[in-house]
Design a protein around this ligand. Structure first.
Ligand code: GLU
Ligand code: MG
Length: 442
């Protein structure tokens, strides 16, 4: 993101309002704003927010925990280097949460990712990530678009929404946000856009920015947009896949070595680390009350904890370095959906990869077929949880997940998702998907 506008530049760009965002544990983007001349105060002392901000829920219930309640106050401080114009008169920047005494709030997802990236750097590693955003165009009230039948990946579908796609590409370009590719997806009125790879903090910030720009472009076209894991009961889901690569001292871990597909020993341990933690982390990566509707076999959503070269049914699809992949070998983590917090996702995945490297885990055998076609016992051993309750029980009892998130975030994420389980667990899929449809839109 090209940012870093100062007060004078804000004025000359016609910016009157600066919005600072943070993402709560339910995956909803929240914001506070200041008039443009107050930008310095937003950067230095921050704007007030209750600790309950992180445990707000999709329906605006609040999942209080003993530590995240009505008493106390935090400060949202925006990162001025990431400041970008997002609409007429409005600039945006991501915020980190601090205590009033100026120390970082341990429950802040953006602060957590910053801490994990320090652990990555301490291990002499560096990581790159690239986010994919899938979304479904809807009417502004969330009702489905009608009209001609959809043709997934079809040029007719792309041209039908051509004006919107051009507007999107332009607004991403204006915001300095790189787009690798864009296409109309399998689901009716579904679009996918891939962001260019960058350092993981930038990718997380850019995911929020991208959702904002997509929301703005859709609004200009008189439309709404859903990033929900399953916007309509029985429909195709929205993934939020993340591509990830690792280097040590500039040498890639996923290519150029003697392991399968050139994977190094440390790269294999990183993959093994993520794979072994995946059942415990499902509640973070795809933990909402609608997530299990999406995470099913033969939906390309990665419902099995296995890896394989270009295997779109594996939770970890491996992509080899090749002439047609100049960005280099990487791992696509497919299980993630649009309800996941974009800062917590790389926090736990990178943490699990490091755990795997530190423990010297061995790369498990590759799955080279659709895992749904494996013999029953093999299939069962790698199937991820098919319901929210099971995924949350795993998360709750996982010491590793707790260490990767920190106690506060672990407790808070569980509180929010348990609230969803209690509130929405007994409702029919139409009602649940309707309640979540626009929750993750910006
Ligand atoms: N829509 C699928 C999902 O829910 C992903 C399709 C794809 O591989 O791009 O994750
Ligand atoms: Mg896709």
């Amino acid at each position: 993101v090209s940012g870093g506008l100062d007060a004078a530049q804000l004025k000359s760009s016609g910016i009157r309002l600066v919005l600072g965002t943070t993402v709560d544990y339910s995956g909803v983007v929240r914001a506070k704003g200041v008039p443009a001349p107050r930008l310095d105060a937003f950067v230095d002392s921050g704007m007030g927010a209750s600790p309950s901000w992180v445990v707000f829920c999709v329906d605006f219930g609040i999942a209080f925990t003993p530590d995240l309640g009505v008493v106390g106050d935090l400060r949202l401080r925006v990162d001025p280097d990431r400041l970008v114009m997002i609409d007429n008169g409005i600039a945006w920047a991501p915020a980190t949460m601090y205590h009033q005494d100026g120390t970082v709030f341990r429950g802040c997802p953006r602060a957590r990712l910053t801490a994990v990236l320090q652990r990555v750097a301490d291990a002499r590693l560096s990581a790159k990530t690239g986010a994919e955003l899938e979304f479904v165009l809807v009417h502004p009230d969330g009702s489905p678009l009608d009209g001609e039948p959809w043709n997934g990946y079809g040029v007719r579908a792309a041209l039908r929404h051509g004006g919107l796609l051009v507007d999107l590409v332009k607004s991403f370009d204006d915001a300095g946000l790189g787009v690798e590719q864009i296409h109309t997806e399998y689901g009716a009125n579904q679009v996918e856009l891939s962001l260019s790879p960058s350092d993981p903090l930038c990718t997380a910030d850019n995911t929020v920015l991208a959702r904002i720009l997509i929301g703005r472009a859709a609004a200009r076209a008189g439309l709404g947009v859903s990033f929900s894991p399953v916007p309509f009961a029985g429909s195709v889901g929205n993934g939020a896949h993340l591509h990830m690569s690792l280097e040590r001292d500039g040498t890639p871990l996923f290519s150029g070595s003697s392991g399968p597909h050139g994977i190094s020993a440390a790269g294999g341990s990183a993959i093994a680390g993520i794979l072994s933690a995946l059942p415990d982390l499902q509640g973070v990566l795809a933990g909402s009350a609608v997530s299990a509707f999406r995470l099913q076999p033969q939906r390309w959503s990665g419902a099995f904890a296995c890896w394989g070269l270009e295997n779109r049914e594996a939770a970890l699809r491996f992509i080899e370095a090749s002439a047609s992949n100049p960005l280099g070998a990487n791992l696509e983590i497919k299980i993630i959906d649009g309800s996941a917090n974009p800062y917590l996702v790389p926090s736990v995945l990178l943490g699990a990869a490091l755990d795997g490297i530190e423990a010297g885990l061995e790369l498990p055998a590759e799955v080279t077929v659709d895992p749904a076609t494996l013999p029953d016992d093999e299939k069962k051993s790698i199937a991820l949880a098919a319901d929210q309750a099971t995924a949350l029980d795993r998360l709750a009892s996982s010491l590793q997940a707790r260490a990767l998130l920190g106690d506060d975030i672990h407790a808070g994420v569980l509180a929010v998702r348990r609230y969803e389980q209690t509130t929405f667990g007994g409702q029919n899929p139409d009602a649940v998907t309707a309640a979540f449809r626009l929750a993750f839109s910006c």
